[in-house]
Design a protein around this ligand. Sequence first.
Ligand SMILES: [Zn+2]
Length: 305
Amino acid sequence: MPLVPMKELLVDADKNGYAVGAFNINNLEFFQAVMSAAEEENAPVIIAVSEGAMSYAGVDFLEAIVKVGIRKYSIPFALHLDHGKKFERVLEALRSGFSSIMIDASDKPFQENVAITKKIIEICRPLGITVEAELGRLLGKEEDVESLEAIYTDPEDAVRFVQETNCDALAIACGTSHGAYKFKGEPKLDIERIRKIKQLTGVPLVLHGASGVSASMVEEANSLGFALKGAKGVPDSEIKDAIKAGIRKINIDTDLRISFLIGFQRVFLQNPSEIDPRTHLKEARLRVKEKVREKIRLFGSSGRY
Ligand SMILES: [Zn+2]
């Protein structure tokens, strides 16, 4: 099925009270894992490509993989630039046929964020391409995106931002963070803040840094030789409440990374004489696929297509 603008997926999610998963991919295995899980679950899905993924794989290679996916899979999906910061990267994504762009100027002062977001919308809207913007700041580091302090999104600011930019979706800061170490104490999101922003703006809201980093996954990784002491993510119950409050797109990267490495490492430790990397990659891909399936069910997007 041809790519769809991300907005279409979010409008349906809004109408029916669920969230669409946005899963980061960097290569063939991740793409196949996400798409096959979504296809089996009859779920709409968002393929997220970061500027880091563009640098790693080359955007034209990723474009070629996605083109095959358009032929092969029957579920609706959007191809989305995650955390677009450089104008050239946005243009590259547009040239490669992306159906959605995130412009992240959240590290800039309010008016500058508005101005940059408006400029991208001016380019994308006539092309029918969705634009996600970000207001507020998440703690943590994800590739080139790093912040040492968290600034929760202010509901009144969010209203002004949406009115001035007319963005299609808004990423907000409400307690999540990028990376595997999201909480030192009790893992809690500011659900009331989400509800208020949703009520006031009406726009589909986006939750970044939303991986679960479950205790069982961390334990399994550590038993295989990884050192992820104290890693902690967002509990499923908080995700469910966030969706009820108005979150319509949920970004998952860390959970997929760890799942991939668990699969790979497990094969290596069980059979150190195995030198066909396809054996490792197959298990890694399967682990990612099962994690994506788990998320799709959690988000309520299973059976929505
Ligand atoms: Zn993010």
